[in-house]
Write a protein of this length. Sequence first.
Length: 140
Amino acid sequence: MFSRKADRLKLVLGESSKITGDVEALGTIIVDGTIIGHVTGEKVILGEKAYVKGNIVAKNIILGGKIDGDLNGKERVELRATGQVFGDIFTSRLSIMEGAIFQGMSHMLQVDGIEQEGKKPAEQPDDSRVVELFNKEKTG
């Protein structure tokens, strides 16, 4: 089921469970309950009913629940439609699904030694071509 070392399940916190204090594990942490404290792991997954009051630090973070604190996803942070973040996000890759709530600032980190600010912006479509296609659809 878990083939890579980082995918090894180390901790599961059930829906009716609560931990007060910091949580740290070397593998994957799945939270469906409440944690009042910081969470550190290789991969952290917060289910829809999860709540964390504290910061989360991991390579990958998938958030379907609520957090009052900062997210530091060294590789990726994904906010599912039910996710709620009240804090800042630090990551190199950020995915926010429609319906998610994010109240804070995002800080994009380096990817493969290249800073996000230094990347060439994507080409924008020619405005005249967009208007032409729009008019074409409108008239039939």
